[in-house]
Design a protein around this ligand. Sequence first.
Ligand SMILES: *Cc1c(COP(=O)(O)O)cnc(C)c1O
Length: 450
Amino acid sequence: MGKPIKLIWRLRGKLIVNFISTRGSQIYSIDEVLAKGIADDGGLFIPKVLPKINHEDLSNSMTLIDTAQVLLAPFFRESILRDSLNQIIRESLSFPIPAVKTSSEQNLWFLELFHGPTAAFKDVGAGFLASCMSRLNKAKDKPLVVLVATSGDTGGAVAAAFHGLPNVKVIVLFPKDKVSKRQEKQLTCWGDNILSLTVNGTFDDCQKLVKSIFVDSNLSLKYRFSSANSINFGRLLPQSIYYAHSSLKHFRSRSKKANFIIPTGNLGNGLACILARSMGFPIGEIILSVNANRLIADYLDGAEWLPKMSIQTLANAMDVGNPSNMERLNSLFGQASELKNKVRAVSVSDKNISNEITRVFKQTKTIICPHTATASYTYNQFIDDVKMQQDWIIAATAHPAKFETVVEPLIGQEITVPDELAILLDKPSQVFSINPNIREFEKILIDKSI
Ligand SMILES: *Cc1c(COP(=O)(O)O)cnc(C)c1O
């Protein structure tokens, strides 16, 4: 892994943020970063410099949209999207992201990231990337075909975000009989510019098929393919906005920095929070809560970085054996010995996830999802002094109704499905089945006139 790059701070002026790869020094513009997803050398894009704001200079009445504009402007100053940025922000942040105080008397809030169309935080990043990609592709002759292999959550957020947009089509590939009924609905209810394919095989077969499509010379003559997976910086950057905004609001009302606990898998959401703090927003400590896939926690404790096969847990959107954003953290902030001064990580077992969902419901009547439960459990391990003296915000990453098969038996009652999700669950499914074979894939593109 590379050496940490030096971050250059600018307090004022017209800083323009360019990008480099974690594995090289070639300079890329934001438009290239959004279109390519991954650098030519196989590395991940990181900002070459980070803009820095002085949060005391910002107005007292900043809305979420205002904060987004302040945070994103330096990244888009030279982009062909510059004049559309305002509109892109409004499209992708069209739902509320409130920090809700828990009903216990502790200084604890849930930042509810689940009021978007598929009821998880991934709606923010996917929506932003979709708005950008649709516009970036306007002048092109062939429509852009975005491929998403998904084991459940990501595909739904990406499909929802791109549905109905001009100049782009999305093909979602998911393993047959390996996603929950509600997840399947979110992957297959779209139609129009979204094609849903269920693949006779595993998630790995879906991923292998997508990789082979990208390098197939036959297909690349006819189509322009891209991916919207979570390593695209266009999904990560907008996630910094809700941390920036909630920390600002918190600081204004409490004169204290908010500390965050973030349920973590691939480390995109956690990195977004660290970036917001590095840009000058009033954020204190950051703790990453992981499930039994404990690589990040062990690494920060001094173990070697040895990616593993993921193991299945109750918080399945965090079942990641090789969190790809660690490469970004290392390049930006250094190896474990330096990183552990910036961020902590705690691993939470399935047993503690279940107990926490039950405990929180019994004590406060709040229903939390299994991912959010890892963070809530971590908070509850704090000593009383910490709970009394410090303010903490938990990133509530999904609505519990998405994980009803885990949560309902624990709390002994049905969870009311939020309206956005209920609308999707009521729509008819449109899905086609294929074997993990590139020629079968090609045939279906022709049949469906993609
Ligand atoms: C994707 C996801 C996570 C993990 O986020 P990362 O950015 O991959 O660390 C946590 N909770 C939910 C509900 C998710 O969908």
